[in-house]
Structure formats: C-alpha cells, structure tokens
Ligand binder design. Structure first.
Ligand code: SAH
Ligand code: SF4
Ligand code: F3S
Length: 494
C-alpha cells in the first residue's frame, strides 16, 4: 500500500505536482480543502481512463464562458481540473463533457444559454455518454433552476458561484450517480486556494483579489448571485502573482467587482488596494498591471498617486459612469453625482495626462428621459472616453429597479442611438492622439482575419494590429502607430 499517496499528509505546495494516479482513493475522502478536491480528481481520473479505454479514444471536454473577466478566470479553474483528470480540451460543443459558465447580468446573456442548450440536447442524443453541466451566475437564480428542472431534464450537473471550488467532487458525482445533480449555495465566506488552473494565455492572467459585491446598485443582479464582498489575503494574492511571474506571465489583471474597496471588510489591519498594487509592482518579471473594476465612489487620491508613480500599472482606468444624470444616478444607488464624476475624471487627467478612461453606460434605466440622456452625452463629451460599453437597461428579477416604472422601448432606442453616436465620435478623436508615436505593445495573438498580422495592446488597452508572426506572441515590442482606425491602430514594428 505504500505505493499510494495519502492526501491527508500532503501540503498545499506539493499538491500541485502530485501524481494523481498514485493517490489512495480506497480510503474516505479528506474532510479539508483543497486536499479533498484532489482526492476527487484522482477518482475522476480513473473514470475518464476507463471510459476512454471502453471507447478506444480520448475523452473531450468543452467549456464555454459567458460574461465578465471574473467568469473567464473561473473557467480557467474549471479547465485546470478537466485537464488534470484526463480530458482533452476542445472548442467543439459536440464533446463528451460540456460546461457552460453562465452570466445573468442582462437578460440576453441568459437567453443565449437557453438557446444553446437545445443544440446540446441534439449532440447528447447521438452520444449518450455525454454530460452537460451548467454553473455560474445564472444558476444562483431560483427561477432558472425551476425552469431547468422542468424543461431541460437532460442537464446532468448544476452548481453555482459559491461552490465552484468543489467542481472535482461534483464532476465525480456526475459520473457516479444518476439523474440531475443540483448543488447551489446561498452564499459563502469560504475561499479555497491552490486548485489547478489552466490559463488561456501563457503570458497574461487574471488574479482574483476579491469576490462578491456589497454595493447593490438598484439595477444590478451581481450582489445577489455573487454574494457579499470577500477579499483574498494579500499573502495569497502575492504568492499567486509570484508563481505566475515564475511561469512566464508578464501581465496580471487584478479582478474584483469593486477593487477600490479591497480589504475594507477585514478592517484597519488589512492592506488597501493602492498598498496591494505597490506590492504587486515589486514582483520581478511582472511588467504590466491592470485591474477591473473601479467604482467611482471609492476611488481614492492614494490610488491616483500610486498609479502616477508606477512604472508597471497600465495607463488605463475603467470607470463605469452608468448615467450622467444625477437624478438617475441617485435612483441607481451609485452614490456619486454628475458633478463629482466630472471632478474625479478631471483630477485623474490632471495627475496622469496620458491615461485612457473607458466606461460603461446603461440606457433606459427606469425614469430616464431625453433630458437625462443629454446629461450622459454631456459627460461623454467632457470626459472624452477612449471607449464606452453602452448597454440597454435589462430588468433583473429581484432588483429594486425591476419594480420601478419602465421606459417605453421607443424612447430607449432614441436615447441609445444618440448616446452611441456620441461615444463613437468622441472615441475616434480621442484614440487618435498617439498617431505617429512609437509605443510598446504586448502581442497577444495572430490577427483573426489576416494571419500576416499580429494583434496586441498598448498600455492604455487600445488594440494594435501590425505585421508579424507567432514568434512575437507574449512579447512586448515597440510599434509605430501609423493609422488610427476608430477604436484601434494599424502599425509597424519600430
Ligand atoms: N462592478 C462593475 C460592473 C459589473 S457588471 C461596476 O460596478 O462597474 C458590468 C456592467 O454591466 C455594468 O457596469 C453595467 O453597465 C452593466 N449592467 C449591470 N446590470 C445591468 C442591467 N440590469 N442592465 C443593463 N446593463 C447592466
Ligand atoms: Fe453591480 Fe454595482 Fe456591484 Fe458593479 S458595483 S457589480 S454594478 S452592484
Ligand atoms: Fe455576468 Fe456574473 Fe460577471 S452576472 S458580468 S458573469 S459576475
């Protein structure tokens, strides 16, 4: 029996390199994390091996991500486990295991999932061994679960945002038990570290610094589906960043719904977000630091100073405006005004003149008039965003705004078109300001349309296409920005 590794005696650093085929799975699973999940990974590995022997081919898994950067990072954790247990990753949904990591921030994200489930059912009829799993924000809604139970009985596994760390255990149950497995938690204060992660890009990575949200903007479902704010400890974050740097990562993006309130739940003794940034800056090998998202109400002078003095923090700030009308902002529970937002943007520009500001705007929030939309347009013109994501307001069940009087569609359309036109016009003028200059670009991939070009980003997040080959991917190269084409540049290697 000493051939077997007993997980109860293994430390977390050793776990990452463990040979799962040697783990003793004849005993009971450990009752502590993350060892428990490694036990179930070992169990799943046996199942995948047997099944693939039976079929005489490897097993394929496909994960599909909807929604924000946080979901993208969660999907890398799912992929890490799928790979560890022996699945080969595929982009095709005609696979042996398909998981959708869902988003519910707007109803169209939600509808897309239901639409695609029908297609999965077709694949499953051809491949009866196929398993379909759903996780993420949408699964935290009771109505969604009711609908799935009633009309989508072919779904094998459903879990939510709070127990994602249990994926290996749930995956095992999905193969070992019959019927739909549903495991949804209301909330959690648990953060499990040291599970496997399979990064999409070798040279850049998201890093969660906090989970959940306490802001309850009146239109937003995120606090209900992601739970209360919880910050990871600075030690764990820095340990992860150092490991990423050692693994060749040059750019990290610190992730949270409101990074400016990092550490606040922990009280005085914890680090603030700017202090954390200063520590990340010290990590050798990391050349670019980004973060998402900053709530304007919590953006401190300390943060502006740290950004100004930093050599690594990118010259980009995503600062969601949502609306330029103070009356609407109040109904949205955003806790700033048109004037205070403008003053903040001006202060940032004064301190860091070359910075790019981008934003999110919601059009058609309950009560929004043509005059309110004019206020939004006024802010766009004055701030001069490099880019703005403009969304039509979507009514989310259970949020306070859902009970308010909704705006007629025709008015929403009119306001939307006006705001979008203004965004496009100002961004075109603004993005152009670097034309003719030579600036560093982190190359991310081959251009999708033209493989003689590569695509990368400036520090300020603007996309640049220029002639080059795959050997440049992951490198930071100086590029002369020859022509601005609206939101992006065409350049050439300097
Ligand atoms: N935490 C971030 C936003 C996360 S959601 C922040 O506070 O800025 C991303 C964006 O989706 C939001 O900025 C908002 O513009 C948009 N959004 C959120 N709820 C929405 C809704 N009900 N309808 C339309 N857009 C919404
Ligand atoms: Fe939603 Fe507001 Fe929280 Fe952002 S800060 S996730 S918009 S509630
Ligand atoms: Fe969507 Fe959840 Fe992100 S609702 S935007 S995936 S936090």
């Amino acid at each position: 029996m000493d051939f077997y590794i007993d997980l109860k005696n293994i430390g977390t650093e050793e776990l990452k390199h463990i040979d799962l085929d040697r783990v003793n799975v004849s005993c009971n699973p450990p009752d502590f994390e993350p060892q428990r999940q490694y036990y179930f990974m070992a169990k799943c590995r046996q199942i995948v091996k047997l099944e693939s022997e039976r079929l005489g081919r490897p097993l394929y898994a496909c994960s599909v991500t909807f929604g924000c950067q946080m979901n993208a990072r969660d999907s890398e954790k799912l992929s890490g486990i799928l790979k560890k247990v022996g699945f080969l990753e595929t982009g095709s949904e005609d696979a042996d295991f398909v998981i959708y990591n869902t988003c519910t921030v707007r109803d169209n994200a939600n509808q897309r999932v239901f639409g695609r489930l029908g297609v999965l059912n077709g694949y499953k009829k051809k491949n009866p061994g196929m398993k379909v799993a759903l996780c993420g924000c949408m699964m935290q809604e009771d109505l969604v679960i009711q609908k799935l139970r009633k009309s989508y009985p072919f779904v094998d596994l459903i879990f939510g945002t709070h127990n994602l760390y249990k994926f290996a255990e749930l995956l095992y149950r999905c193969y070992a038990e019959k019927g739909m497995i549903v495991d949804i938690w209301e909330d959690t204060d648990k953060i499990v570290e040291d599970l496997p992660v399979e990064r999409k890009y070798p040279f850049k990575s998201g890093v969660n610094i906090m989970f959940g949200c306490n802001n309850f903007c009146s239109y937003c479902i995120v606090p209900y589906v992601r739970g209360r704010e919880r910050s990871r400890s600075p030690e764990e974050i820095l340990r992860e960043v150092k490991n990423l740097a050692a693994d060749g990562v040059k750019e990290v993006m610190l992730l949270g719904q409101n990074v400016n309130s990092y550490g606040k739940q922990q009280g005085e003794e914890s680090m603030t977000f700017p202090e954390l940034l200063k520590e990340v800056e010290k990590v050798e090998g990391i050349e670019r630091i980004r973060f998402m998202t900053s709530h304007p109400k919590d953006l401190s002078d300390e943060l502006i100073q740290v950004m100004k003095e930093s050599k690594k923090i990118c010259r980009h700030l995503h600062l969601p405006l949502q609306s330029g009308s103070t009356a609407i902002l109040e109904k949205m529970n955003r806790r700033y005004t048109k004037e205070s937002y403008l003053a903040l943007a001006e202060k940032i520009r004064r301190e860091i003149p070359d910075i790019s500001l981008t934003t999110d705007i919601i059009v058609g929030f309950p009560g929004e008039t043509a005059q309110d939309a004019e206020d939004t347009i006024d802010v766009i013109k004055r701030v001069q965003f490099d880019n703005a994501f403009t969304f039509v307001y979507s009514k989310r069940t259970g949020t306070p705004a859902a009970a308010m009087e909704q705006v007629p569609d025709t008015l929403v359309r009119e306001n939307f078109d006006k705001i979008l036109a203004c965004v496009q016009e100002t961004a075109r003028d603004r993005v152009k300001r670097f034309e003719g200059k030579t600036l560093p670009v982190l190359v991310e991939e081959l251009n999708e349309q033209d493989s003689s070009l590569v695509t990368g980003r400036l520090s300020n997040n603007t996309v640049v296409h220029f002639p080059g080959d795959a050997s440049l991917i992951g490198q930071i190269v100086d590029v002369t920005l020859e022509k601005c084409e609206g939101f992006y540049y065409i350049g050439s290697k300097a």
